[in-house]
Design a protein around this ligand. Structure first.
Ligand SMILES: [Zn+2]
Length: 246
């Protein structure tokens, strides 16, 4: 009987459509890694979509560095960069916290697809809409859960299908802080782009959260060199922000 779960529409609605508050980073245990599965949205057939969120909190106070990957579901290098970083960081040496979302576009990732399940590019759907398309509702819920908890944002991508990328950064170079973050990644190329409408970087900029987009290599594959360089760049940023010894 365990496998037959009674579904109560009203309960589900109450739970999911109450306003999703930001990840309570400072309420989680210091000096520990906490793995969360956040109930972010619901499919058309009422399955709950969980988004994996990892909070690695240091023992000392400091900024919260947000790191997101796979807003495009076929972009894998960022997933590996986040895992590699989390596996290597010693939390007793960390000040502040890493707030990591290895896979933002969970439905796309599970389908091996770049776009969201409604065919929309999720990185054109921010800040989202309450009564919008599935992608817009998802984007809105994600933004409310993630962005207000971040002091800085690194959003990791790769090239789109059929394209080949080096390691390059998209950033608003008119901001001194953002330009510095971009340089610390030590990429091959830095591209000055304010951040088009609908991107998570644009949403961050509107909230005055310094943010860069990292384009790390090619889609649909894991590339060791990109993972190595990406992690090194993020460690440079952590050192510069006095979060971690360099
Ligand atoms: Zn992308």
């Amino acid at each position: 009987m365990k496998r037959y779960k009674v579904f109560r529409r009203e309960d589900a609605k109450k739970k999911l459509f109450s306003k999703l508050s930001p990840v309570p980073v400072t309420e989680l245990p210091a000096g520990e890694r906490t793995d969360l599965l956040v109930e972010l949205s619901q499919t058309a057939t009422s399955q709950i979509v969980h988004v994996p969120v990892v909070v690695a909190r240091g023992t000392k106070a400091g900024p919260v560095l947000g790191i997101s990957a796979a807003i495009h579901g076929n972009e894998l290098n960022g997933v590996r960069i986040i895992h590699s970083l989390l596996n290597g960081v010693e939390l007793d040496k960390l000040s502040g916290a890493l707030l990591c979302v290895p896979v933002v576009n969970v439905p796309g990732f599970n389908a091996g697809a770049r776009r969201f399940i409604d065919g929309v590019d999720l990185n054109h759907a921010f800040p989202g809409k309450k009564e919008g398309k599935p992608s817009e509702q998802y984007a809105r819920a994600f933004l409310n859960m993630f962005l207000p908890a971040c002091d800085y944002l690194i959003d990791i991508h790769t090239a789109s299908q059929g394209n080949i990328n080096s390691m390059y950064i998209r950033a608003d170079l008119m901001s001194d802080v953002v330009r510095h973050l971009a340089q610390l990644m030590n990429p091959d190329i830095i591209l000055h782009i304010k951040g088009g409408d609908g991107t998570i970087r644009h949403a961050a900029r509107k909230r005055k959260i310094p943010a860069i987009t990292v384009e790390a290599g090619n889609p649909s594959m894991f590339q060791g060199r990109m993972v190595f360089d990406g992690e090194l760049g993020i460690r440079n940023i952590m050192t510069d922000l006095d979060m971690y010894p360099g």
